[in-house]
Design a protein around this ligand. Structure first.
Ligand SMILES: C[S@@+](CC[C@H](N)C(=O)[O-])C[C@H]1O[C@@H](n2cnc3c(N)ncnc32)[C@H](O)[C@@H]1O
Ligand code: SF4
Length: 384
């Protein structure tokens, strides 16, 4: 049976980080009982349209580690009753390394979480300050150590290619991160997203992005170090030991079905439409208060539910799958649309990319080569 993933969004944070454009908000007070009831209600509504065993659940944010463990428990148990769980279901919770959250790790485990993803971001105190993080380096160490004691599967995030960062500094920081023997690491190059404080500072010339050549060098060094430590990238920014990849995120990149619950969450679900299997895109209301009011009134916080045209489905599958080292399954593309696949494979631009060593076609997959992955957007723009 096709995998089915469930994403649950918790939109609140203690403070807003200056680089972040995620759907995250700071509120003085959050009524946890009301929020728990609303998330449970939307979950129940979602189960009326699609019902098959879940392969993964991901609590993302915002800062879902601010949720009460009882809320996490109630959502997991309700999901189990409504959908059923496939064997070895992966249940991940994103956490910030503040001490308030670290002391709850054990309760999250009891609630059913079996994988933790920690936003460490940096092991340099100055960088934590620059990134506007609400945690100290000591808290980061404490969170990592506690998490690794309590959970079998722990991942953490780092942001690199920060202004003024040198190759030597990053090498040192990354090697220090590897001393914790992680089985999964997400390594993101800092981006200046529209509407963020960092983007405004960049425009005013108050901060400067790392130059492109140096960023590429950092990226290449990252791949070299991670390969050497048997944590190769399986996606542009994600590295794992064999078998430790995030099964939930793989669902997105392989363009499999997922349900999105909570403010701003989106989903992709396959449903029967006039006797044919069609893909729908769901998008929830972004503002927490609007989403909440809609759930209380309608039982869901949907803003739109669109039937996706074949062309869009094909393009989305391509855009997601090209990020993976394994590439995109040709069989999946054929099932989505044989005509579109035939026309893609006949494109002169694809042939040029193959000849220049940017794209590789095997008997089963179409993939970006290691030379193409750091410049994926440019490669895609040329191909499409
Ligand atoms: C949903 S976010 C944050 C999760 C959690 N609230 C935290 O801050 O630790 C997931 C990850 O995206 C990364 N991220 C967010 N904005 C970024 C940006 N502008 N550039 C690079 N990485 C970013 C961070 O590493 C972050 O941990
Ligand atoms: S990076 Fe994390 S903690 Fe910071 S604002 Fe974004 S979601 Fe919240």
């Amino acid at each position: 049976m096709e995998p089915l993933a469930l994403y649950i969004h918790w939109p609140f944070c203690v403070s807003k980080c200056p680089y972040c454009d995620f759907n995250s908000h700071v509120r003085e007070r959050v009524n946890h009982v009301i929020w728990k009831d609303a998330l449970l209600l939307e979950l129940q509504t979602a189960s009326l349209t699609l019902k098959r065993p879940l392969t993964s659940i991901f609590f993302g944010g915002g800062t879902p580690s601010l949720m009460h463990p009882e809320t996490v428990h109630a959502l997991i148990e309700t999901a189990r009753v409504l959908f059923g769980f496939s064997p070895h279901i992966e249940i991940t919770l994103e956490t910030n390394p503040n001490s308030f959250e670290t002391q709850r790790f054990f309760d999250f485990k009891k609630a059913g979480v079996n994988r933790l993803s920690i936003g460490i971001q940096s092991f340099e105190p100055e960088a934590l300050k620059f990134l506007g993080r609400a945690h100290s380096l000591e808290e980061a160490y404490h969170a990592l150590e506690s998490a690794q004691k309590i959970f079998d599967r722990v991942s953490f995030d780092l942001i690199y290619a920060r202004p003024h960062q040198t190759l030597k500094q990053w090498e040192k920081e990354l090697n220090h991160a590897l001393e914790f023997s992680p089985s999964h690491l997400s390594l993101y190059q800092l981006t200046f997203e529209e509407g963020t404080v960092f983007e405004k500072k960049l425009k005013r010339g108050e901060i400067k992005a790392l130059n492109e050549n140096l960023s590429s060098l950092l990226y290449e060094k990252t791949q070299e170090i991670m390969d050497h430590h048997l944590l190769p990238s399986y996606e542009v920014s994600n590295h794992a030991q064999k078998g430790q990849e995030s099964r939930h995120n793989l669902c997105y990149w392989r363009y499999q079905d997922y349900i999105g619950i909570g403010p701003g969450a989106h989903g992709r679900i396959t449903q029967d439409h006039a006797g044919k299997q069609e893909k729908y895109a769901t998008q929830n209301l972004k503002l927490p208060e609007k989403w909440l009011a809609s759930v209380q009134k309608e039982g869901h916080g949907l803003e739109t539910k669109l039937l996706l045209e074949k062309e869009i489905v094909f393009e989305e599958a391509l855009l997601m799958g090209i990020r993976l080292k394994e590439g995109i399954s040709l069989e999946m593309l054929k099932n989505l649309s044989e005509n579109h696949l035939t026309s893609l494979l006949a494109r002169p631009s694809l042939k040029t990319l193959e000849q220049e060593g940017f794209i590789e076609k095997t008997s089963t997959h179409l993939k970006a080569t290691s030379q193409a992955r750091p410049i994926l957007n440019a490669v895609l723009a040329y191909m499409m």
